[in-house]
Design a protein around this ligand. Structure first.
Ligand code: 7XF
Length: 397
């Protein structure tokens, strides 16, 4: 029996919360509102909806019941007042930034970022008169030194793609707020199951839902979570007018379906990643393993304070460096050579030539993305089968 005072568990909320119960047929799963527009009863009603005097849907770029149901659920899971779903992770990041920055502003971003996020800042925002500076956020003192009255947004990933650096969300948020800067955290690697940045002081959370939230490698999507006030700007400026990165209702339905098993999947991803990381650490062909769940990882203690478990991503370096890394990839049989992450299949990639090829080689060297680094997204397969494949591929590397 559930008691009214005891909060429901994550899996229960992932399955039940946000559900729109208005379907007249009692369908257990909600219908997909695969429509671009909504019919008004009268011209006056259309006008009133546009004027914000009457509720109700207008056009899917402004809102849609299938998207709305998913947004309610994700807001609840992340502990945010508001959620917006968009067409991709990059759509989420760009919709947030185009909502809040103007020429002359400065933004401080971490050193290690997903390659296209890095390109968005370096090759994108800088062209519009916005100063972008990189700060190694592993040490909050670096932010204290660099932040100024012009700093509008502080942005980082934790764990960072691809080298697994961890950023102290609480410490960074406190420093950023002394200057009135907004803190935006890309929590893609964790999902709301493993980490809740808003509870630790962050203002805005973004996810690439292409990854664990969708969970099956069959869609592109992004998620933004924030206060209701910030979301007004993000929804009605960033998304509506600036990026137009609208999520398809079909993909929203698939994510809602994927969320029903998020907890189960994340537990398995975490289990498999822990086994892979320990296995790699014990292998004499491996130089170094980057996984926050290993006691040898230099930020293990910090990771424990803000993550429920350590996630499904691992990076490692072989003794033979770059060439050994490529040989390892080419020798895999079960695991797939592919970018992306959070799928059922174990995916292995080489960041320097793939996801992080948007960095210049000297930027990679400066920001800790080594040329020999190999990244693994632990899938949901039987752990022994993954380990056997990694083991045989290491023999060739
Ligand atoms: O626009 P997308 O849905 O692909 O999301 C962009 C994105 C944002 N944040 C993080 C932490 C990400 O990892 C991504 C996408 N990363 C993929 C990867 O690293 O494999 C993209 C493949 S090129």
């Amino acid at each position: 029996m559930s008691s009214p005072t005891k909060p429901q568990g994550f899996a229960t909320r992932a399955i039940h919360s946000g559900r729109d119960k208005s379907d007249p047929h009692g369908s257990l799963t909600s219908p997909i509102y695969m429509t671009s527009t909504f019919e008004f009863d009268t011209a006056e009603q259309g006008g009133a909806r546009f004027a914000g005097e009457e509720g109700g849907y207008i056009y899917t770029r402004l809102g849609n019941p299938t998207l709305n149901e998913l947004e309610q659920k994700l807001a609840e899971l992340e502990g945010a007042e508001a959620c917006l779903t968009v067409a991709s992770g990059m759509g989420a990041i760009s919709s947030v930034f185009w909502s809040f920055v103007s020429p002359g502003d400065e933004i401080l971003v971490d050193e290690t970022l997903y390659g296209c996020t890095f390109a968005f800042f370096r090759h994108g925002m800088e062209r519009f008169g916005i100063t972008v500076r990189h700060v190694d956020m592993r040490d909050p003192e670096n932010l204290t030194r660099e932040i100024s009255d012009k700093t509008r947004v502080v942005y980082f990933e934790t764990p960072a793609n691809p080298n697994m650096r961890i950023v102290d969300i609480k410490a960074i948020s406190e420093i950023a707020h002394t200057k009135g800067a907004k803190v935006v955290v890309d929590s893609t690697y964790c999902t709301p199951y493993l980490q809740n940045p808003i509870a630790l002081g962050a203002d805005i959370v973004v996810h690439s839902a292409t990854k664990y939230l969708g969970g099956h490698g069959d869609l592109m999507a992004g998620v933004i979570l924030s206060s209701t006030e910030d979301m007004e700007q993000i929804r009605y400026v960033g998304l509506k007018d600036m990026t137009g990165a609208v999520l398809s209702p079909m993909n929203a339905f698939l994510i809602t379906r994927g969320l029903k098993t998020l907890e189960l999947r994340m537990e398995r991803h975490c289990d498999n990643a822990e086994k892979i990381a320990s296995f790699l650490e014990g292998n004499n062909k491996v130089e170094k393993v980057f996984f926050p769940g290993l006691p040898s990882f230099d930020q293990y203690e910090l990771a424990k304070t803000q993550m429920r478990r350590f996630g499904g991503m691992i990076a490692f370096e072989l003794n033979g460096g770059h060439d050994a890394g490529l040989k390892f990839l080419n020798s895999l049989e079960l695991c797939k050579i592919a970018v992306s992450l959070g799928d059922a299949e174990t995916l292995v990639e080489h960041p320097a030539s793939m996801t992080h090829s948007t960095y210049e080689p000297e930027e990679r060297a400066r920001f800790g993305i080594t040329e020999g680094l190999v990244r693994i997204s632990a899938g949901l397969e039987t752990a022994d089968d993954i380990l056997a494949d990694i083991n045989q591929a290491l023999n060739y590397s």
